[in-house]
Design a protein around this ligand. Structure first.
Ligand SMILES: [Zn+2]
Length: 315
């Protein structure tokens, strides 16, 4: 999707394309297969510079830091973490304690429980199988995926790697007041995760949605509450914004939130139907969805189905 008021900047990075969205806001949109993971961005509110998320690749985060410095001539004062998933957290330790790291109470709790647990699991993983598959895989794209996964795991496992955990949290929301702009942070009921945070600039109608939005690709349901997500999307649609930086996918409009809710409703319905009919839900394909959803990237369809089967069987 293109927006006539958005300007693509000439910034060199192998990880992302950089867009100027408004006077204050910049969106860093991950390039396919770059290993960056989640999108990110930064906001210059006059006296303060805010970074939104730190990606899933330390080198992508280094590029983000460089871009923020180049376009604002400022050092970051705040980082906002939208949720606890590692593909948004990898760059936190590149920033020293002069940069405050903010998130919701529940996201901090998730980082300290689920996040720490995942890191321990990554440290124990046997990488041999992955390394072997790299030697035999001939498909270029799949090779790139394996290389990115290995880079990620090796980074997490290295002795000097840490996640700097957020040091400023809020229960429902807060406002960062700048000399030029004010930025709202808000959290909602459990949706993509418990404690998702959005970054919203009302005056400029800009929204950083974190992983509350996967734009035109299957959203990862397995850490959250699908029904809750649909209702949070309703709340987001009630906000006044003209462009969104999604957690994954290209810059998006309101329409993508409606489509995402449609996907969640349809997959719930499809899985229920299969279970009721005594059929195998893993046979569900993207062609079973509405026409406008069928063409989405769907790397995690199978995982979403498995998650929903568990949820529905236990309800
Ligand atoms: Zn996520």
């Amino acid at each position: 999707m293109s927006f006539n008021f958005v300007k693509k900047l000439e910034f060199e990075s192998e990880f992302f394309d950089l867009y100027k969205l408004s006077d204050s806001a910049y969106g860093a949109i991950s390039k396919e297969n770059s290993g960056m993971g989640g999108n990110a961005g930064f906001i210059d509110i006059g006296d303060y510079l805010i970074i939104v998320d730190t990606t899933g690749h330390v080198n992508a985060a280094k590029d983000l830091k460089r871009a923020a410095n180049q376009y604002t001539q400022k050092e970051p004062n705040f980082i906002v973490i939208t949720h606890y998933h590692m593909d948004h957290l990898m760059g936190t330790s590149l920033f020293d304690i002069s940069t405050q790291i903010m998130t919701s109470d529940r996201t901090l709790k998730n980082i300290q429980t689920e996040g720490r647990k995942r890191i321990e699991e990554f440290k124990k993983m046997d990488l041999k199988e992955m390394e072997d598959s790299l030697n035999t895989e001939t498909d270029e794209e799949k090779r790139k995926d394996i290389e990115n996964d290995l880079f990620f795991l090796k980074t997490v496992r290295s002795d000097d790697f840490t996640v700097r955990e957020p040091n400023l949290t809020f229960k429902e929301g807060c406002v960062i007041h700048g000399t030029e702009k004010n930025v709202q942070l808000r959290t909602f009921k459990k949706a993509h995760t418990d404690g998702d945070v959005i970054v919203y600039i009302p005056e400029e109608k800009i929204l950083f949605a974190g992983d509350l939005l996967f734009a035109r690709r299957d959203p990862w349901l397995g850490s959250g509450d699908p029904e809750g997500w649909i209702s949070v999307n309703e709340e987001l649609l009630a906000l006044d914004f003209k462009v969104t930086v999604p957690g994954h996918g290209e810059l998006a409009s309101k329409e993508e939130f409606s489509l995402e809710s449609k996907y969640i409703k349809e997959i719930l319905e499809l899985v229920k139907k299969k279970i009721d009919a005594g059929e195998d839900p893993t046979q569900i394909k993207m062609e079973d969805f509405s026409k406008e959803i069928q063409s989405w990237k769907s790397p995690i369809l199978e995982w979403n189905i498995k998650f929903l089967v568990d949820v529905l069987k236990n309800s």
